[in-house]
Write a protein of this length. Sequence first.
Length: 369
Amino acid sequence: MHTHQPDTRSTFVLSDFDFELPPALIAQHPAPERSASRLLDGTGSTPVDRIFRDLPALLQPGDLMVFNDTRVMNARLFGEKATGGKLELLIERVLGGNQVAAHMRVSKKPEVGSTVRLVSAPGSKDHLSATLLGRWPDAHGALFRFVLSNDAGDDPYTLMARHGHVPLPPYITHADASEDAQRYQTVFAKHMGAVAAPTAALHFDEALLAAIDAMGVQRAHVTLHVGAGTFQPVKTENLAEHQMHSEWYDVPAATQQAIADCRARGGRVVAVGTTSVRTLESWAQSGQATGDTRIFITPGFDFKLVDALITNFHLPKSSLMMLVSAFAGYEHIRALYAHAIQNQYRFFSYGDAMVLTRAAGTSASQQSN
């Protein structure tokens, strides 16, 4: 496989990661079939247009694919204050004791200690409410801590499943529908806790997974509960000033062993999605197999584990745009994005995907490439 040259520039700034995207290329709905989306093969010096179900042709027996098995919560809840003012909650994290940490969209914030009535599912007799306890994780936090409750004393996951809405990204303009409940979730989603899907994994269906297994490619899972911060553009021109959002992750013992086995046999670690990269590299950097990560991957980053990456196309000026540039090389990513726009690939969560290999000189892994 072709290896791209590392970036020679020492300092990148925010505007380096901007690009013009025609709004018509922002996918509003998924492809009719998961594996029928397009796949831009960026593993060589020249981009190659493929279909996602062609992916096995780019894999090798002995490779290890690492998927994020987080499950998206129905994290968006609507309600109104006692005054009648409308309110929207996006639950970022379940804290325990029926407490949640949430983003709140409201014209005038309710007082601490006050209770807002939430909208129950049609036909439900539930009386659903949220009581504001303060900010989270501290007095200066951007999130708000609420107690969610109903008459039956159900836990927040149960309440969200019954009354919540699929937390579609801000650039998808339609209200969530039954299509989204199915397609904004991976076929192997397991551990509840995300407010955004690990979108590169949305392209995999059972038939494609079976084809990958049949060719001797191994599979393993990590969990990273994707937060709403993933959609936030970086705002500081000097990247060193950016405050990265926090996300919870876990690398199970079985996955740690699978990676060690992969290294031993000379296989490649293929991360499915930037969330898998963030998880694996957080573990490699910190030695912590589980916990919260604020890892911010920009050009010059020293990758310890990941050799190849399957990923969707990301927002301008986003931390994920910086991550893929760090991984595959800044100029190479610019060229691939230009090709994708020219050839009308579909962008963002419901869009098409690309496959990348790590640029030369960006890794301290035990494997020589």
